[in-house]
Design a binder for this molecule. Sequence first.
Ligand SMILES: [Fe+2]
Length: 356
Amino acid sequence: MKIIPLNKAKFGMFLAMDVRDTTGKIILKKGTEINETIIYKLKKAGIFNIPVKSANVMSELNKETKKHSVISKENLDLNYKKVKDLFKNLEDNNYLDIDAVIDIASSIKNDLENNFSDKLFVPLKKLRDFDEYLYSHSLNVMIISSLLAIENGIIGDELLNISISSLLHDIGKTKVPIEIMNAPRPLTEEEMNTMRNHVLYGKEIALENNLRDMNIIGGIYEHHERIDGRGYLEGKKNEQITSFGKIIAIADVYDALTSTRSYKGPWTPYKTISFILTNVEKQFDGTFAQGLINSFGIYPVGTRIQLNNGQFGTVVASNRANKIRPLIRIDHGDVVDLSEEYSLRIVKVLDYVYIE
Ligand SMILES: [Fe+2]
């Protein structure tokens, strides 16, 4: 057993002792397997160090997902650093480095084009430190939007343009005061208006920096518009919203809901996909939402499941040709491709583990 800080806890570890809150009440029992939900629960209870035992589960899962990854871990980490520098430059010096924007967007676009396949793992950068959310979110929304574009036959310069637009979709937030950005409470009417104006600030920053492509601007300005006209800033309806605006809206919501924020824990990708599907044609465009399901599947990678034979496992890749039959790594066992093993099927969704 060892005592570790909560921010070092991960799936594959188990609680070595009961964990109690400040009143002495047991909140988690010895033997509980660590996952994001448990970590959030501990954090919320004000617990910062936990007693754990390790099992070498994550490295096995990483080995399997890596075979189907659309972006290498090295490229994801490298581009995360570049996105952070780009935004810091904008925040501190009011300078948008267009060469860096093109460099990052091209690098992600090339990786996606080269690695796109019928079995997919889409790695995203998820941080527990929500002060850096804007940077990881911008990178993730770029990855997801570019994938949705590829799923819908968008190629070449147009693909690069959506990568650029989605990378920059929230640049306007660098003009919103940090107290409003990270407020762990509902915003006042006035604060809400400032926050909503980030799409306008973003459009202004892009134009000031000579980004004049109307689709790029559309993606930045319209990513909070909704099909039914209930979005912002203008309340535009379906046919008035650009394709880029519709694509980025889906990518933005997917990443936001699956992330930890100051005011909420992360939703599982499974729950998030279900939410987006429920709101197709009300909030989100159906064709582009279908692209999300094609890439992520109904059970995205990391989803913990139970099979009809009673075994437990973790999804390690989606099957683009069969969204409900992904590749599963059976716990402490082999990988099975459910699109080839028709005697097996998923009967229960349990939880989720984040795979980097
Ligand atoms: Fe936004």
